[in-house]
Design a protein around this ligand. Structure first.
Ligand SMILES: [Zn+2]
Length: 191
């Protein structure tokens, strides 16, 4: 789809929305779920989850990387997660990685010398071994587990998980098949 078609669609968008639906959205949002995933254009969260406007609170980053919690160096990602949990009171957070993820490839040896910000962002997390699967599924799933560990170290996340008010899920989206698997104790299993 080229940009011109996006413009055409945006111009027509208002006509597809009923007045009542617009008023309901204007009154506020009460999403129950936060969805953290990669900025990759092949991931269309509403397509995967069936989410409608107002139902999914999203955070999209390069490689769905979640920064460590640090109030001395707050980040946009931290602020977004804080808002979802403490203001909106979501009860579920999904961290969704995917196959053929450029960030996971960069973490596993792909050259990104021309992307200094990405290099700086990923460097502390880089690995040295050479993966055999070009889709880097195992590496992508391990990467999701690592982000879950970082997320569970956010104090308010840890507290709400301990209280049973919040659940945290690791998902992995296979770009080729469209299948979604979920992080279990030992492996990722079909959702
Ligand atoms: Zn990605």
């Amino acid at each position: 789809m080229d940009f011109h078609r996006f413009v055409q669609h945006a111009r027509a968008h208002a006509k597809t929305r009923s007045r009542a639906a617009g008023q309901k959205l204007a009154a506020g949002q009460q999403p129950t779920t936060m969805f953290i995933t990669c900025a990759d254009s092949r991931i269309v969260t509403a397509e995967i989850t069936g989410a409608e406007p107002g139902s999914l609170f999203e955070l999209r980053t390069a490689g769905n990387v979640i920064p460590p919690y640090s109030l001395t160096a707050p980040t946009s990602e931290m602020a977004t997660i804080e808002f979802a949990v403490l203001q909106l009171g979501v009860s579920e957070i999904v961290v969704c990685g995917h196959s053929y993820c450029g960030a996971v490839m960069a973490l596993n040896g792909a050259k990104i010398d021309h992307l200094p910000a990405m290099r700086g962002w990923l460097r502390p997390r880089q690995r040295t071994r050479q993966p055999s699967d070009p889709a880097m599924r195992a590496e992508g799933q391990e990467h999701v587990r690592e982000q879950l560990d970082v997320l569970l170290a956010y104090p308010f996340v840890a507290e709400k998980v301990a209280n049973g008010e919040l659940r945290v899920h690791g998902w992995f989206y296979d770009i080729e098949t469209g299948e979604v698997s979920a992080c279990a104790e030992q492996a990722f299993l079909p959702l």
